[in-house]
Structure formats: C-alpha cells, structure tokens
Design a protein around this ligand. Structure first.
Ligand SMILES: NC(=O)c1ccc[n+]([C@@H]2O[C@H](COP(=O)([O-])OP(=O)(O)OC[C@H]3O[C@@H](n4cnc5c(N)ncnc54)[C@H](OP(=O)(O)O)[C@@H]3O)[C@@H](O)[C@H]2O)c1
Length: 258
C-alpha cells in the first residue's frame, strides 16, 4: 500500500484529502496540532481498511517540523506529501502584530520548505514520489491589499514551479504540483475571523471537488492545478490583466469599511 502524509489533516481541505486518499488505498500519516482531533479522524479513516498514524505537531515550531521530517525520513516511505496546513489573518498588516505575521510565514512558507526538503531528499533517492503544495489563487496577484497571505502563497507557487520542472526532480521521476484553490468551504475563514458573506455563494467551492481535481492534476503531471472553470478564468485575469488594474480592483482589508 502506498503511504501519504497530509498536514492540516483534521479539517477542511486536509480532511478531504485524507478521506479521498484512504478510498484510493493509501495508508495515511495525519499531522495537525490537536491530538484529540487527529485520533478521531484516524478512527474514522481506519474504517476504510487503511493504516493511519498521527503526529501531533505545531508546524510553526522547529520541534513540530523536526517530528514530521523525522517521519518523512523513516520507513515505510512516504509516497505522497500534501503540504496543506496554512493560515490567514483577518486584520491588516500593522494591526496583526509581528508575532502573528511570523507565525503565518512559519506555517505557510517555512514548514513547506522544510517538509519538501526532507521529502524530496528521500523521493529523489528512491526515484519515486509526489508532493502537492497547497497555495491559493491569491498567489497570482494582489488579491487583498494589506494582507501578507497572498505573498506567502506566491512563495509556494514560485517554489513549487521552480522545483517541479527542474532536472533534479523530473529526472528522478518525482512529481510536484502547486494547488491554487479559490474560496472553499472549510473552517479557514471562521478560524481567522474572516466573514463568509463575501463572495457570492456561487463562487464557493466544496473541499471534495477541489481535492478530486487536485489529485487528478497531480496524477497527470500538471504543475499548477486550479480547480473549477470559475477560478481558471479568475486566474487568467489575475495573470494577464495589467498589474496596476488588479491593484485598483483588489479588496483593501485596511479600509475602515471593509
Ligand atoms: N478555504 C479556502 O477558501 C482556501 C482557499 C485557498 C487556499 N486555501 C489553503 O488551503 C489550505 C487548507 O486550508 P483549509 O481551508 O482547509 O483550512 P482549515 O479548515 O482551517 O484547516 C486547517 C488545518 O490545518 C491545521 N493547522 C492549523 N495550524 C497548524 C499548525 N500551526 N501546525 C499544524 N497544523 C495546523 C488545523 O488543525 P489544528 O488546528 O489542530 O492544528 C486544520 O487541520 C491552507 O493552506 C489554506 O491557505 C484555503
């Protein structure tokens, strides 16, 4: 049985990844901070007849990353790493506080860097494996003004594209995909205190649909996966409209009325 390690596996997209991968016959390693949630998810998933390990780790800390990289370097080998855990902030830069901004960077960027590094070392040696890094359509442009979240996701996109098509990775037969979801119904917005009254209901995606599209794209070797026609069009706009126009149209979270 192949093994997949999913970070942020107890809610939202991570939980949907774990569910879908279990139905595809993957044994799982689930990572999140809450041990109680991890144990509950593991029990549910074992009903699919797969082995499930859990690692309770805060990926904003060195110790948390060390615990997960140790598992990536151990046996049985991890065939698929899903770097999914990520956070956003509702408040604009300068009011979040530097500690919160550093936490966002530690989770959205530094943990992805460390886990990808550990997984790729083993995968290129084994000449097999795949890595899916969860970014966002916000990676493509100034989606929100005065938010550092889009910058963190732009890093994931650039990082993944740079490695995915490199000789080092392709010649070892390892696949890498950056996933760019649009607004998806998960716990993300509630946890960050971001209102879910925006955007219009038809723009919200389901986590299961996003995961299905992402895994199909990874299988095909697509480097940048953008689930749904709606967000493929939005992504085209963000990529091709003059940057100045995108900035003018962007939502400014530092405006008093936002
Ligand atoms: N939802 C959207 O609209 C949307 C759109 C584009 C991109 N994304 C991206 O999709 C990814 C998943 O988001 P989601 O919407 O599924 O979020 P979610 O529903 O809030 O789930 C977050 C998961 O990450 C875990 N987590 C949070 N902080 C962590 C930490 N410090 N260390 C380890 N695990 C941590 C949480 O468990 P614990 O709290 O127990 O740790 C939970 O399992 C993120 O990278 C997000 O940026 C989301």
């Amino acid at each position: 049985m192949p093994t997949a390690l999913v970070t942020g596996a107890t809610a939202g997209l991570g939980s949907a990844f774990a569910r879908r991968l279990a139905t595809q016959g993957y044994d799982l390693v689930l990572v999140a901070r809450s041990e109680t949630d991890l144990k509950e998810r593991a029990e549910d998933l074992r009903e699919e007849g797969v082995e499930v390990e859990v690692i309770a780790a805060d990926l904003t800390s060195d110790e948390g990353c060390d615990a997960v990289t140790a598992r990536l370097e151990a046996a049985p080998a991890v065939d698929l790493l899903v770097n999914n855990a990520g956070i956003g902030h509702e408040r604009p830069f300068l009011t979040t506080g530097i500690a919160a901004e550093e936490r966002l960077l530690d989770l959205n960027v530094r943990a992805v860097l460390r886990l990808t590094n550990a997984a790729l070392a083993v995968m290129t040696e084994r000449r097999a494996g795949a890595i899916l890094n969860v970014a966002s359509v916000a990676a493509l442009g100034p989606a929100w003004l005065s938010s550092t979240y889009p910058a963190s996701k732009a890093w994931i996109l650039a990082f993944t594209e740079s490695l995915a098509t490199s000789h080092q990775v392709t010649s070892a037969g390892v696949r890498m995909t950056a996933l760019l979801p649009g607004y998806t119904r998960t716990e993300f917005h509630q946890r960050a205190g971001i209102p879910t009254t925006f955007p219009a209901p038809w723009l919200w995606l389901s986590a299961d649909d996003v995961v299905r599209a992402a895994l199909a794209d990874l299988e095909k070797g697509t480097v940048v996966s953008i689930p749904s026609i709606r967000y493929k069009i939005a992504a085209w706009g963000l990529r091709h409209l003059p940057r100045g126009l995108s900035r003018v149209a962007a939502w400014d979270i530092s405006k008093p009325a936002h």
